[in-house]
Write a protein that binds this ligand. Structure first.
Ligand SMILES: [Zn+2]
Length: 226
């Protein structure tokens, strides 16, 4: 069963339900402020009122010597989910890694650590999406025994544990449940990948957020990945 999309009016309510993620407490918390920028940008994108901020020549010159991105986004390579567009951000705003199924390999973890430790990025977003082909391939491999060829197999291997987790609740839509379980799994893997993350989260100046993009509405739903 397809999950209902989240009406814009309800999104702030969901955000306030997330433990330790109250955007009302954004004062002095750069991670909450950064998340609010992305939430606002996605509302503009979903409503078709893109502002394309900071895409001017002046901005290009401003950030040429040094970058100060506000978030690291790990998203799927899917052509329909480009983070800069989905969050209506401009040059120098997002530090992005994209790989099918947003699987977490060593190179992605290294990119992430660079962004957090050297660029002081306060926010990591794991962005899954509706009808992810990589997740579908992992579901097919598990349920039908159809093993993909070549290196696609390594993607499927990394996503399969999330599918097995999703299977346990016997969902009516296994792909959708697996998309969400895959986001949760990658968030957990990131948290466990480096002791710096837990320390920064404890200091309330850093957060790792899971999210799911709806292909029809263009809305990003924040998932409770605490
Ligand atoms: Zn995908």
């Amino acid at each position: 069963m397809k999950k209902p999309w989240l009406p814009a009016l309800l999104l702030p309510l969901v955000l306030t339900l997330l433990p330790t993620q109250s955007l009302q407490a954004a004062h002095g918390d750069p991670s909450a402020a950064a998340l609010q920028v992305l939430v606002d940008g996605n509302e503009r994108f979903a409503s078709g009122h893109l502002s394309h901020p900071k895409n001017l020549i002046a901005r290009r010159h401003e950030i040429a010597p040094k970058q100060h991105p506000i978030a690291f986004v790990l998203s799927c390579s899917d052509s329909r989910v480009p983070p800069e567009l989905v969050f209506d951000q401009g040059l120098g705003d997002l530090f992005v890694s994209r790989v099918a199924g947003h699987v977490l390999g060593d190179e992605v973890m290294g990119s992430m650590e660079y962004a957090v430790e050297h660029l002081d990025v306060p926010l990591i977003v794991v962005l899954g999406h509706e009808r992810c082909g990589a997740v579908q391939a992992a579901v097919d491999a598990l349920e039908k025994g159809t093993q993909p060829s070549g290196h696609i197999r390594s993607l499927v291997k990394r996503i399969t544990p999330a599918v097995k987790t999703a299977q346990q609740s016997h969902p009516s839509d296994l792909v959708e449940a697996s998309v969400r379980a895959n986001v949760q799994r990658v968030v957990d893997e990131i948290k466990a990948s480096h002791p710096q993350y837990a320390k920064r989260i404890h200091e309330r100046k850093f957060r790792i957020v899971g999210a799911r993009y709806d292909l029809e509405t263009g809305k990003v739903e924040l998932l409770d990945c605490e």
